[in-house]
Each structure stands twice: as C-alpha cells, then as structure tokens.
Ligand binder design. Structure first.
Ligand code: ATP
Ligand code: MG
Length: 569
C-alpha cells in the first residue's frame, strides 16, 4: 500500500470530546470517525487492525473446535419472550418494528437465537459437543456510550456458544475456551489477566473476564505477585487476619471530642488504625438499615454486603435519622448498644481483634478494650472487606498488587438456563430426554483494539504490537521528490512484500518531519528510513517504534533485517 493512496486523514490537535488515550489517538490517526454517540466508522487503518484481530480469533476458535456461522442481527421478539428477557433487558435493547408492526430487536447477544436455531435438530448426545460462533456487530443502547470504541452502541463481538450433554462436558468446553482465549490475547501481544468474575444473574457456574491491563480500565483488579490468581476487587475473597492473642481487658468508655472519623479517633487516642473498628451505614431500597463494620485501615466491599442479603437489593448511604432510629450515633457507631433487630454485619477479621477501639453510640465517646468475640452480640460475621494492595493472596498467601484493566472478553458457564426455558433437549445414552448444558464466550473485538492502544502508546502516538498493527513496517524516503531515494524505498518495499511483510510505502511529497510524525502517531512497529546516505553509502536505517532502537544496514539486507526485528515486536 502507498501512503498517497491511503485514506487516513491525521489530525494535529487532540479532539476535545475524547477523554481517553485510545479514543484521542484513533481520531488523530485517522482510524475512526464518529457518526453519532457510540456509533463509529472504522476507516482503513482501523479496519486493517480489526481484521487481524478477527483472524487471530477465528484461527483459535476453529482450532478449538468452533464452527463459524452468521446469524441475523435482527431478531424476532418471540424468542426473547420465551426466556423472559424481552422485558428484563430494558432500555439497553434497540427495538424495531417491521411494516406489519411485528417487534424485533437488534441483537445485543445471541443466546436465544442460537438455542432456537439448534433445538429442533440437535436430538442426540451423538451430536454433542457442539460449538458455534460468529463475529458480527452487536447493538446495545448503553446509557453512557463513551471512550470511543470502548463502550459503543454498535460494536464488533465474537460470540461462541457451547452445547454439551452434561456438566462435565460443559466444564471441558469451558476449559478449552479459556485456553483458546489465553492464546488469543497472548498472540495479540497484550498484557492481560484472566480474572475471576462475578457471574451475577447467570448464577452457579464459573466466569472469567479476560482483562487487558491499562490505567484507563473500568475494572479494578487484584493479582498475585507469585501465583496466577487474579480477581476483580469486588469479587476477591480475603483470608481472615488474626491479631496476636492478648489478655482481654475490661471495656472502657473514653472521651474523643470531635473525633467523628476513624483517622481522628486513632489520632486522638494515639492508636494505630489497625486497632480501631470503623462503621459504614447503608440503607437498602426498602430504606432498611444495614450497619457494616471493618477494621479501621480496611474498606467495606458493598457488593459482598449485598450478596449476604439478596443480590437484587441496592444500597445507598444511610441517613443520620435512620442511624439514630436504630440507637446509633453517626460518627460514633459500634455494634454495642444498638436496638435489637438492627442488621449488623461484622467483617471476619474484626472478630479476631483484641482490645480494639470502637464507637460508643454516644456523641464524642468511644470504647476501648473492645473484644468483639466477647462484646458483639447478634451480629452476622462474614468477609465483607475490600481487597487492597499488600493483602494476602487467597490461593498462596503472597502479597497481591492492584491494577486497572479493561474487560476485553468474558467466558461463562450457563448450565441449562436457556435450554430449559427454550426447551432445547436431547436424548442421552439411555434414551432419556435432558436439557442441553451450555456455555457462552464473548470477545469485544472493537474494544480489544481500543484496549491494545490504551496499553501501548506514548506522547507521540500509538505503539502497535506487530500482530495487530495496521501495517507492520513503514518505508519512508526522507525526500519524496528525490527520484533515487524513492527508487530505493520502492525496492525495499517490494522486497518486504515478497517476504510476506505487511508494508506501507510513504511516497508522499511532504516534509520528512510530517511523515515521521505520522509514522509515530499511527504507530507502525518498524520504520525504515531512506535518505541521502542510502544513495551515497548504501545505508538505510531501521527504527523500532517502541523503544527507539536504531539499526543501520544495506538496502539489499533491509527487508531480511526487518523480518528478523519484527519477530520481537
Ligand atoms: P460491560 O460490563 O463492559 O458492559 P458486558 O459484561 O455487558 O460488558 P458481555 O455481555 O460479556 O459484556 O460482552 C462480551 C464482550 O463484549 C465484553 O467482554 C466486551 O469486550 C464487549 N462489549 C460489551 N459491551 C460493549 C460495548 N458497549 N462496546 C464495546 N464492547 C463491548
Ligand atoms: Mg462481560
């Protein structure tokens, strides 16, 4: 490809509407243009990269036993009504009607579609396992489409569905997909973690999110520095920390004037935070109070609190009135002396403290020498704390680190949720009718491209991992008007193509500075520069975008050298 023919209008200024790097850089590099909120055109550079991502995914899905199909994007409402999701899905679903007034949606996902596709024709265990997948646009009318391709309303997804005869088979399919996903993200050259995820409403089974590590990510993840454990902060389980045993002293009330935060209390009594107990007061959607207690240096994980009661409740901070009604004093709360029947949850680590400090449910007063096992009555004890850097890994005990990540893919076991509601059954070895046991596996293709850019960029632009770069090499003659330089550049470009390298020849007549800036902005992994020295001394320069490393070689050797250097990129 020649740059004079490439449609990639680059921008010098950072567009104001773009908040995150990937969005800014894709706009500036002429990769995408916005049509409306959350709707984008992929221009040639973006589409080249997306095609490479899709190719890697296809190869791995096929190798894992998947068969590619293409289902309609427009889906009849009837199948969604069968599973009850027509009403559950809510405003996120794009709904359309045909000329006869029949209702359809633009597919946000395809469980209903694929299950009804096979339910009449998969009848025997002999046809199982079966894995079907597709790569196509998905539609979700997100409340807040944002960050460019990261959260679009139309986006490209690979979705695979597995059908097995029993749970064992489903778990086997899950493992195969998990491994295929690991290969996919490794081959793309991305730093990622499979993170244990909450599969909330789907219930029961396993789920992992494949998370690309990047600062702009929406997920907080904890990962072990020693083993391969990683989990979203909301999901991460924690082991109980046992304080060294002490002789239990008598409970004592002390004055702590104006000390209404745990930090002030600790300061006032000259105690380390890990000898204090702090409270967080919530109310649920029925305005009923839940008081949660954790160690002073810990935080409450409200998802864990919700899961203790009912997964469908939503919590908000309690009002002072609600706290007072339960016998508590805002800023000075403890489980001691509350009205009977108040819902109190205490973190398991708190129960292992000795002679700690907690509120006295009296203004400006705290208790010292609180011994929770002795002093707390009628409390629910559970792991309700939020993981933080340095906590012990629940698998091996080594300290965890925290990072942010972008969910690029997710794998789920579904069990029989959809096959039951859609009556998709088969006959097992004994002629017994059973529901198919399913799994589903998604990769956000367009989000993955954005995530790759979030992870790989610097102040000059994108730094593509070679496997998914729109072009692997750009050949730049310094002076595009110089016939000799152009000729050498063209020669090298042809050599590269003959060796199967995806190369771009920047044959534009622009100044070298402009071409170099564009090369850095678009982020080709390798740049080959042809200048006066190439003409006079047969010397061309190869420059690695990621680390600026430069190598000089002859024009005849240039393509071979590029192939060698690309291996590491
Ligand atoms: P999120 O929690 O980010 O909304 P999700 O869990 O609802 O995503 P899934 O249903 O698991 O998403 O979809 C599979 C994949 O599709 C996700 O892992 C993500 O990469 C991608 N994806 C989901 N929603 C969007 C979107 N609005 N824009 C771009 N990609 C998306
Ligand atoms: Mg998901």
């Amino acid at each position: 490809m020649r740059a004079t023919r490439l449609y990639a209008p680059t921008l010098r200024e950072t567009p104001a509407e773009a908040e995150v790097k990937s969005h800014q850089l894709m706009l500036r590099a002429g990769m995408i243009r916005k049509a409306a909120g959350g709707l984008y055109t992929y221009m040639p550079l973006a589409w080249r990269s997306l095609k490479k991502i899709m190719q890697i995914i296809r190869e791995e899905m096929d190798a894992a036993g998947g068969q590619e199909i293409a289902m309609p994007i427009v889906q009849p409402s009837e199948i969604w009504k069968e599973t009850g999701r027509w009403s559950v899905y809510g405003d996120e679903m794009f709904r359309v009607a045909d000329r006869h007034g029949r209702e359809f949606c633009l597919g946000p996902t395809h469980e209903e579609m694929v299950t009804t596709l096979i339910r009449d024709e998969v009848r025997s265990y002999k046809q199982l396992p079966l894995m079907l997948y597709q790569i196509q646009n998905k539609y979700r009318d997100e409340i807040r489409p944002r960050f460019g391709l990261m959260r679009g309303r139309e986006f490209i997804m690979k979705d695979l569905y597995s059908f097995d005869k029993d749970e064992e088979g489903m778990n086997e399919s899950y493992k195969i997909m998990y491994d295929a996903y690991t290969r996919i993200f490794s081959r793309m050259g991305l730093e990622f973690r499979p993170v244990e995820a909450d599969n909330g409403a789907i219930g029961g089974g396993h789920s992992h999110e494949f998370t690309v590590l990047a600062e702009a990510g929406e997920s907080n993840i904890a990962y072990c520095t020693k083993c391969d454990y990683a989990a979203s902060d909301e999901k991460a389980e924690l082991t109980v920390i046992k304080a060294p045993e002490e002789e239990q002293r008598a409970l004592e009330k002390v004055s702590t004037p104006e000390a209404h935060t745990i930090e002030l209390v600790a300061k006032c009594l000259n105690l380390p935070l890990d000898r204090t107990i702090k409270a967080v007061a919530f109310q649920d959607d029925k305005e009923e109070l839940i008081l949660a207690f954790v160690r002073g240096d810990h935080d409450v994980n409200d998802v864990k609190v919700v899961n203790l009661f009912d997964e469908s409740i939503e919590l908000h901070m309690a009002t002072d009135e609600a706290i007072e009604e339960a016998g508590g004093v805002p800023g000075f709360m403890s489980p001691i002396g509350l009205k009977e029947g108040t819902r109190v949850v205490v973190d398991a680590t708190v129960m292992e403290m000795y002679n700690a400090c907690a509120g006295a449910n009296e203004k400006d007063m705290h208790y010292i020498n609180v011994n929770p096992k002795r002093d707390f009555k009628d409390v629910i004890v559970a792991d309700i704390r939020m993981i933080k850097e340095g906590d012990a890994c629940p698998h091996c005990g080594a300290p965890v680190k925290m990072t942010r990540g972008i969910e690029a893919g997710q794998v789920f076991t579904l069990g029989t949720k959809y096959s039951q509601s859609l009556h998709a059954t088969f006959l097992d070895e004994n002629g017994k009718e059973k529901p198919l046991v399913m799994g589903c596996y998604g990769i956000g293709v367009s989000r993955t491209m954005a995530a790759a850019i979030e992870q790989n960029n610097d102040e000059n632009g994108i730094i593509w991992p070679r496997a998914i770069a729109p072009f692997e090499v750009v050949v730049v003659p310094i002076n595009g008007k110089n016939e000799e330089q152009l000729k050498i550049a063209e020669e090298i470009y042809n050599d590269l193509k003959a060796k199967g390298v995806d190369a771009l020849l920047d044959d534009r007549k622009d100044r070298a500075g402009v071409k170099f800036k564009d090369a850095d902005l678009i982020g080709y992994p390798l740049r080959i520069t042809v200048g006066p020295k190439s003409v006079d001394e047969d010397s061309v320069e190869l420059k690695v975008r990621r680390n600026g490393e430069m190598v000089n070689t002859t024009r005849a050797e240039a393509a071979a050298k590029a192939v060698e250097m690309l291996k590491a990129l």
